[in-house]
Design a protein around this ligand. Structure first.
Ligand code: GTP
Ligand code: MG
Length: 162
């Protein structure tokens, strides 16, 4: 009915940024120190309730490895939302190859925020990048669960309703 919505969501970002870990934290409430690198892509689904509506996310967790990059547009196409994930400890803040699509709700997740002592990307520089590109920004930790549900709830709230 009017209060139920299916939304395709895609996770994008470099290998090892923590895309799978964020999804597994959100869907299963679990975290693995030795999460295996994704091959191709993995599918998950999870529902959230916001503002008297249920949003069922159909989540495509893409593979960050270079050899799978050509597949990403296939998962990106037709998606209602995207989360671009980077690792706050990575030495290069690789700017996303995906321009913001005005028809999509897009989030930037600075993941591994539990590793403050190894931080290389400041929240300020990421926020500026997010503002310039029409993304909303949160720092997350799949390990401690900080802001993980929040990012999915915030997306659910921002999705256009029929
Ligand atoms: P690909 O599938 O290869 O693209 O990688 P990915 O982005 O899915 O990363 P993945 O979730 O496999 O995580 C990579 C490694 O980082 C794993 O060893 C995780 O345990 C670790 N990791 C993920 N998220 C966090 C986090 O928030 N904090 C810490 N400390 N480690 C994390
Ligand atoms: Mg993965």
């Amino acid at each position: 009915g009017q209060n139920n919505l299916n939304a395709k969501l895609v996770l994008l970002g470099d290998m090892g940024a923590g895309k799978s870990s964020l999804v597994i934290r959100f869907v299963k409430g679990q975290f693995l120190e030795f999460q295996e690198s994704t091959i191709g892509a993995a599918f998950f689904s999870q529902s959230v309730s916001v503002n008297n509506a249920t949003v069922k996310f159909e989540i495509w967790d893409t593979a960050g490895q270079e050899r799978y990059h050509s597949l990403a547009p296939m998962y990106y196409r037709g998606a209602a939302a995207a989360i671009i994930v980077y690792d706050i400890t990575s030495s290069v803040f690789a700017q996303s190859q995906f321009a913001c699509n005005p028809n999509m709700v897009m989030a930037l997740a600075g993941n591994k925020c539990d590793l403050e002592d190894k931080r290389n990307v400041t929240a300020e520089e990421a926020r500026i990048y997010a503002d310039e590109n029409g993304l909303f920004f949160l720092e997350t930790s799949a390990k401690t669960a900080v802001n993980v549900n929040d990012i999915f709830y915030e997306i659910a709230k921002r999705l256009p309703r029929a």
